[in-house]
Design a protein around this ligand. Structure first.
Ligand code: GRF
Length: 221
């Protein structure tokens, strides 16, 4: 019998710790997604090795071979995704801006994680900017991807406290732990069709989406 699991591609550019968290979660027999492909735009991304060690198919689409032609790069990406019969795309530290045409092809089927409580602090240096503006709470967001950078309906967020002695690095490390919790959780909700999108709002049909406080003080929504 054919598996009903959604076929997922994870796109990375670097170390791939969120990818690893998802690969670990996907080992559970009742996880509704199968990671069918890990693709990187950088041949030397550390996460490629980790994925291969997990027995996952890996591919590289090196953006440098496309000489800045974003549309042709995106078309190449799309070709790889369709060749692997991908249902859902997960961006996990994928450091390329995707064209509006590509994003439109994957509306409500492409997720991203961003290390801030969106819509605050889109873009880079989120942790330092949260410190510089005196936030008492920081966090991370998983959202469906839209053409504007770091925008789109939010599926899950985790808030973590900002401590008096935090540096950008210590705050980033605390947020990264929360990322590793919410990304597999958000993908599970989407892959099991428990999520519907109405405008910018995501409705979740699951008891599993309750607020919970973890030992390390993350608040997860
Ligand atoms: C994470 O902080 C993620 O939120 C951001 O890029 C970083 C990727 O880290 N989009 P990793 O490659 O998953 O370890």
């Amino acid at each position: 019998m054919a598996s009903s699991k959604k076929r997922v591609a994870i796109l990375i550019s670097g170390r791939g710790s969120n990818m690893t968290a998802i690969l670990d979660a996907a080992k559970a027999s009742d996880y509704p997604a199968k990671i069918a492909l890990v693709l990187s735009n950088k041949p030397d991304a550390k996460g490629l090795e980790t994925a291969a060690n997990h027995g996952i198919a890996t591919e590289v689409v090196d953006h440098r071979s496309f000489k800045g032609d974003r549309k042709v790069f995106d078309a190449a990406l799309h070709k790889h995704l369709t060749a692997h019969r991908i249902d859902l795309v997960v961006l996990a530290g994928f450091m390329r801006i995707l064209s509006a045409d590509f994003v439109a092809k994957w509306t409500d089927k492409m997720l991203n994680i961003h290390p801030s409580l969106l819509p605050s602090f889109k873009g880079l240096d989120t942790h330092q900017r949260a410190l510089d503006t005196g936030c008492r709470l920081a966090g991370c967001s998983v959202h469906f991807v839209r053409a504007d950078m770091d925008s789109g309906p939010i599926i899950a967020q985790a808030a973590v406290p900002v401590l008096d002695n935090d540096t950008a690095d210590s705050l980033a490390a605390r947020i990264l732990k929360a990322e590793h919790t919410i990304y597999p959780h958000a993908l599970e909700l989407v892959a099991s069709d428990k999520v519907s999108v109405q405008g910018m709002r995501v409705r979740i049909n699951s008891d599993a989406n309750m607020l919970c406080a973890h030992q390390d003080q993350q608040l997860i929504f």
